[in-house]
Design a protein around this ligand. Structure first.
Ligand code: FES
Length: 350
């Protein structure tokens, strides 16, 4: 069993030199013995053992270079031979043991990695497995699960994202509703503003009219009546027997120069019929006042003589003013039936 221990290259070289120390060519069996000892762990070692036997069969002594070449060839073939062994072991196991076969295959694949001679020799001497020479030799870490988890995590949140997107679609109608609401609000604001403007306008107009009415209350209507006293001119302007009618329209007065009871007087007759208040007309040709309403007739001195009139016409007060003109005062009247025509203020003597 000690002979089957794996020999190092130095031991192989020493054994070859020891064998080459003699002049006799090594026998194929003897030459193969060290080779077999070297290749004992693997079955494939037997094949290289035949090569030196062939060379030695020629009778020539193998040189050191040849021995090294053979040794190197054996080294290189040994891992290759190990692979079939591992494959056989994997094939012998059931399919359920595949993980185990994969584990066994991994160490077999490791020696195939590129290494320098020094590390190979050191590993062979120490009998320990060399570690990864570089980061490239290190086994790849199982990154996929770590990557898959975030992917799955992304897939799950994707649903809430889609759920969020779904409510986002109704957001457009919400915007339309907002626009419609803004339109309605604008319309209501305009309508309200219009109504308020109309109300304020009506209120302002009403206030203005009320102010005008109040101001009109402080300034009541005043009839623009002619003054009660007015001047008609000098006595010379009224000849005897003359009835002046030019003051009828403006003052409602006839100024008459006539003989009354043997006295020439100038007096002012009121142009109002004593029947119902109509205005009689002076008829020069008939020398009488004739009422157009009911036919009452009055003489030149104003006494009634026909028609429904119950009494004579009335006189206004008359006097000579300071400037010598005749002045009529309508604020005072004189009635014949009351004996007032005898009053000196009811006439002016000529
Ligand atoms: Fe003059 Fe009747 S009003 S007669």
């Amino acid at each position: 069993m000690a002979e089957r221990k794996k020999m190092s290259v130095a031991e192989i070289l020493a054994a070859a030199r020891a064998q080459g120390g003699g002049n006799e060519a090594p026998a194929p069996a003897e030459a193969a013995a060290p080779e077999a000892a070297v290749a004992a762990p693997a079955e494939a070692v037997d094949k290289p053992a035949a090569k030196p036997a062939v060379k030695s069969a020629g009778g020539a002594r193998p040189s050191v270079a040849d021995i090294m070449a053979m040794a190197r060839a054996n080294k290189s073939e040994a891992p290759a031979a190990a692979k079939p062994a591992a494959a056989k072991a994997a094939a012998a196991k059931p399919a359920a043991d595949k993980p185990a076969a994969a584990k066994a295959a991994k160490p077999a694949a490791k020696p195939a990695m590129a290494r320098d001679t020094a590390s190979i020799l050191a590993a062979a001497r120490a009998g320990a497995k060399p570690g990864p020479v570089s980061k490239a030799d290190a086994p790849a870490r199982p990154v996929k699960p770590a990557v898959a988890k975030p992917a799955a995590a992304i897939d799950h949140p994707a649903k809430p994202a889609a759920a969020k997107a779904i409510p986002a679609r109704p957001a457009k109608p919400a915007v339309k509703k907002a626009e419609g609401e803004e339109d309605r609000r604008g319309f209501l604001e305009i309508a309200l503003g219009s109504f308020m403007a109309m109300g304020f306008t009506a209120l302002s107009v009403t206030g203005g009219l009320f102010s005008l009415g109040l101001a009109r209350f402080f300034f009541p209507n005043v009839l623009a009546e002619p003054p009660s006293k007015f001047k008609v001119g000098f006595k010379e302007g009224f000849p005897t027997g003359k009835v002046e009618t030019k003051f009828v329209a403006q003052y409602g007065v006839w100024v008459v120069n006539s003989d009354v009871a043997g006295q020439q007087q100038i007096y002012a007759l009121k142009t109002v019929c004593t029947h119902l208040g109509c205005t009689p007309n002076w008829l020069e040709a008939e020398q009488k006042f004739k009422c157009p309403c009911h036919g009452s007739g009055f003489y030149k001195d104003g006494v009634n003589f026909e028609g429904p009139a119950p009494r004579p016409l009335e006189r206004y007060a008359i006097r000579i003013s300071d400037d010598g003109q005749l002045e009529v005062d309508k604020s005072r009247t004189f009635q014949e039936e009351l004996g007032q025509w005898g009053d000196a203020e009811s006439y002016v003597t000529v």
